[in-house]
Design a protein. Structure first.
Length: 86
């Protein structure tokens, strides 16, 4: 808050108005910056969710292949490749 009890001239008033305008400008900039951060975080969360869904689908596909693979030389190698997701 600004004290107006000590204002005696137009110049005093102009100084306080200038200070108030600078503070308003700073707060508007801060608000815009925070809005952009929120937007960036929201976009990143959507991207991460899309990537995660892709990985989940890939794991499901590998699990399906593992379930129907016959016993043999290919079977022991598959779980090792899938281990990076576990």
């Amino acid at each position: 808050m600004y004290s107006v009890s000590n204002l005696t001239t137009v110049a005093d008033c102009d100084v306080l108005l200038g200070m108030a305008q600078k503070e308003k400008s700073d707060l508007n900039f801060k608000k815009l910056s925070e809005e952009r951060l929120v937007t960036n975080y929201s976009n990143t969360a959507v991207e991460i969710d899309a990537i995660l869904q892709g990985v989940i689908a890939e794991i499901a596909a590998v699990d399906t292949v593992l379930a129907v693979l016959p016993e043999g030389p290919a079977l022991p190698r598959m779980p090792k490749k899938n281990a990076k997701y576990g």
